[in-house]
Each structure stands twice: as C-alpha cells, then as structure tokens.
Write a protein that binds this ligand. Structure first.
Ligand code: PLP
Length: 455
C-alpha cells in the first residue's frame, strides 16, 4: 500500500487509468504478473534505457519487458528493420514459408551448437510446450520432471511448484508438486515430478525412481534468469538423463542471447537435446522457438513416411507426425526485429560492454548495501541479476525464500519514487542502452532508498 502514500500525488493519471482498466480487464492487467499493489504504473513511452509513465514520471528501466529488450526501448536498428521488412515485402505477414525463417534458423544453429533444426512459436510458453510434446512423442512416455522454483510458462504441466509456500512444498530433497493456479487438473500434479535445483544427489535419486515414466527433464539452466546451476550439477544432470533415456530440455527463454551471445549451454558447454528460446530473439516482439537434434525435430516433418505431394498428407499422417501449428509462426516482421537485434549484439564490443556495465552496477549496489550493514548479494550471470538480501549462499528456491523479502520490497517501492523501475521483487536486466550515468544514478537511488527505509 506504500505507493498510495508516497506516490499517489505523482501518479494520479496512472491511478485513474487503472481504475477504468479494471472494469474491462481483470485486475486491470493483461498478465497477472504485471500487477502490484496498490496499482501498477501505466507507462506511455519508452526511450533507450528509460520508461515514462502517463503522469510524465521518468524511470531507468531494469524490467526491460522481463528481459526481452536487450537493446533497450526503440533501438533505431530494430525500428528500421521492422519498417524495411514491411515496405520491401509489401506485407506484414505471408502465412507461407519465407526466407527470413531460414536466415534466423541458421543464426540460432550457429549460436547454439546443440541445435540442428528450428521451429518457431509465438511465445516462450508455446516453445516449452512444444519441446515437451516432442520429448513425449520421442520417448512414448508422458510424465516430466521440472525443478522447484523454475518457470516455463503458464500452462498445466509446468505451472507447478514455481513459487510454492514452503509449508506446502514438503521435504527439500523431495519437493511436493504444488499447483500454482486454480483450474489445473489433478493429473498434472501426478505427471509432473519436482526436483531440487543444484542438488544432484537428491535429483539423481528421484530420476532413477521415476525413470520408467519420465519423458523429459526441463530446467532453467539459470533459475529465474539469475541463479546459475553449478557446473558439476549441470554436467551430471546431462550424464544421468542420457543414461536413463530421458530427454533434457534447456529452457533458455530468459538466458538465450542475454547471458552471452548464445545461451547458458554455451557457457556450461552442455549439449541438451532440446532448447526453448524466446524474449531477446524477437527484438521486443512476441516469439518463441524450439531447437534441437534432428531425430527429435524431424518428428514434425509433414512428409514423414508419406507421399509429400499427396493432398491427403495432412490427414494421413496423424499417427506418424507430431502436429505443430500457429498462424503467425515465423512472422517476418518479428524475425526482422530479432535479426536486427542479433546483428547489434554481434557487433564487436557490444556484449563485452553490456557485461561490464552489469558488473559495475552489481559491484556498486553491493558496496552501498554493505556500507549500510545490510546483508546482501547480487546473484546473477551475464546481463541479468537479482538483489537478494541475505548472507547465505543462494543456490535454489529454498535459499531465496530465506532472504529478507520484506525489506527488499520496501526498498523497491522507494526506488519507484526515485525513478528506478524494477517491478517490486523482480530481477534486474541491463540493456545495451544503459549508460554509466544510469548506473551511477541507480546506485545513488538505492542509497537514498536504504536511508529512507532504515531511518
Ligand atoms: N520460460 C522461461 C524461462 C521464462 O522466463 C518465460 C517467461 O518469462 C517463459 C518460459 C514463457 O515465455 P512467454 O512469456 O514468452 O510465454
């Protein structure tokens, strides 16, 4: 409720718009995560590393559309690519195959050595859903295993134990499957096995016990985009899944092209069977992609075992072919934006500078919190990190739950009034557009916020 007192006078227009929006949109938000109390801030303009709200307040943006905007808002190369695509092609969308689909697939394959073929979707959610279906079809099994605290999109099979209450979550070494939403059929809490992240002994025990029914293990190699897997954990997980014939799916929707040019698998040197991508790949537009080994991806080949020229192909192939569809899959405008984004990231020095800026911010923040005697560490990899108010090691969901979440939230609300936008509690993503001045102002704002809340 703090926003009420502190910011109400600066946010009149935001408040009124949200009041109106609530009448026609549940909670006034188009995704549950976009809400925070007492009302979300309604934005009107983006420019580079900054957001401006409908009341004219300006913020340094570290939400960056949940990490998607690695070049910041409205990068000229992206805007130009989008306009050019529509002007040159004379359409917004073909609804047929077109060249950019192949060009982007080649780029992904080049950046992700484990990927041999690619299909596009319209979101990260659809990408992990497709990856799971590919694994189920490939193995003939139906259950999957996911890690506690990992997010893969908001659908039945994986919307389980993402943010469970510790009281409900059971033993740390054998977490319970806790649904995150009303309306998830009970079968999914039976068919989704929960694993403890960064605990290879407990993970191995569960996988060996459940191997007969497991199609896949899906994980965020960097949990929440900021808690990295231990290198040995990752290596052993790959070895065990291979031995047990379980498909290993890397969900790199957050990490892909953000922690490095490539993904977490590039950093760890791990060869997953399937990879889900999204966010950065779309240059600020909705996209997802699944990449993986030919033998798995070719399950979607509509020619499988049939005469490719037969108009009956679609009907006849149902049992041989894995069905994958989407009106807007491989949308040319989005691929143009994504390709322009990857081009900028590949320019010499771009990624290095981005990582340096991120380190500078992390270091500056740690110094400030420690100067005020607040137990704190920044936890992250590449250009994303989170501020965790603890002295303990942070390796998984249970460690996070022990941090001082209340103090973090108080500071986050202060930061909003000081012009730093990281949705309360959210991780920080840095963009190519962030400047040294932004970093210095952010560190200064944290210091002011700490003073306010600890006084
Ligand atoms: N997987 C991960 C790791 C994500 O972070 C997200 C979104 O935050 C998704 C999947 C779902 O992606 P989308 O929101 O594009 O559906």
């Amino acid at each position: 409720q703090q926003l009420d007192g502190m910011l109400a006078s600066r946010m009149k227009h935001s408040f009124h718009l949200h009041e109106k929006a609530k009448e026609v949109i549940p909670g006034g938000v188009t995704a549950n995560i976009k809400y925070f109390a007492p009302h979300p801030i309604i934005m009107q303009k983006g420019k580079g590393s900054h957001l401006v709200d409908v009341d004219g307040n300006e913020y340094i943006d570290y939400l960056l559309c949940y990490g998607a905007l690695i070049l910041g808002h409205g990068h000229p190369k992206v805007i130009e690519a989008v306009i050019q695509q529509m002007a040159n092609d004379g359409t917004t969308v073909f609804g047929t195959p077109h060249e950019l689909e192949m060009v982007m697939a080649q780029k992904i394959i080049h950046a992700f050595p484990s990927v041999e073929m690619v299909r596009y979707t319209n979101s990260g959610l659809e990408a992990t859903l497709l990856a799971i279906r590919l694994a189920q079809a490939f193995t003939g099994k139906t259950a999957i295993a996911k890690f506690e605290g990992h997010y893969h999109g908001g659908y039945d099979q994986v919307l389980i134990s993402v943010n469970p209450s510790i009281a409900e979550a059971g033993d740390e070494k054998e977490p319970k499957a806790v649904p995150e939403s009303k309306g998830i059929p009970a079968q999914y809490t039976d068919e989704t096995i929960i694993l403890p992240f960064n605990n290879i002994e407990a993970t191995e025990t569960i996988l060996r016990k459940q191997k007969h029914r497991l199609a896949a293990v899906i994980l965020e190699p960097v949990q929440g985009g900021f808690i990295p897997a231990d290198a040995t954990f990752m290596k052993q997980l790959r070895a065990i899944t291979k031995e047990l014939g379980i498909v290993l799916i890397f969900d790199e929707v957050k990490t892909g092209f953000r922690i490095i040019y490539g993904g977490a698998q590039t950093v760890y040197g791990i060869d997953p069977d399937l990879t889900a991508l999204g966010k950065v790949l779309g240059g600020g537009f909705p996209i997802g992609a699944v990449g993986g080994k030919k033998e798995m991806m070719e399950q979607m080949d509509p020619r499988r075992g049939k005469d490719a020229l037969s108009i009956e192909t679609e009907k006849a192939n149902k049992t041989d072919t894995l069905f994958h569809s989407g009106t807007y899959n491989g949308h040319p405008t989005i691929l143009a934006a994504g390709l322009a984004t990857l081009d900028v990231l590949q320019q010499e020095g771009t990624m290095t500078k981005l990582l340096q800026m991120t380190s500078m911010l992390r270091e500056g923040l740690e110094n400030v919190y420690h100067a005020y005697g607040i137990p704190m560490k920044t936890v992250g990899l590449g250009s994303s990190f989170n501020i965790v108010l603890t002295e303990q090691e942070v390796k998984n969901y249970r460690d996070l739950a022990k941090a001082n979440i209340k103090l973090r939230e108080k500071i986050d609300y202060e930061l909003l009034s000081l012009g730093v936008y990281a949705k309360p509690g959210n991780r920080y993503s840095v963009s190519v557009a962030h400047t040294q001045e932004d970093i210095a102002r952010t560190i200064e704002a944290h210091e002011k916020a700490i003073r306010q809340v600890t006084n």
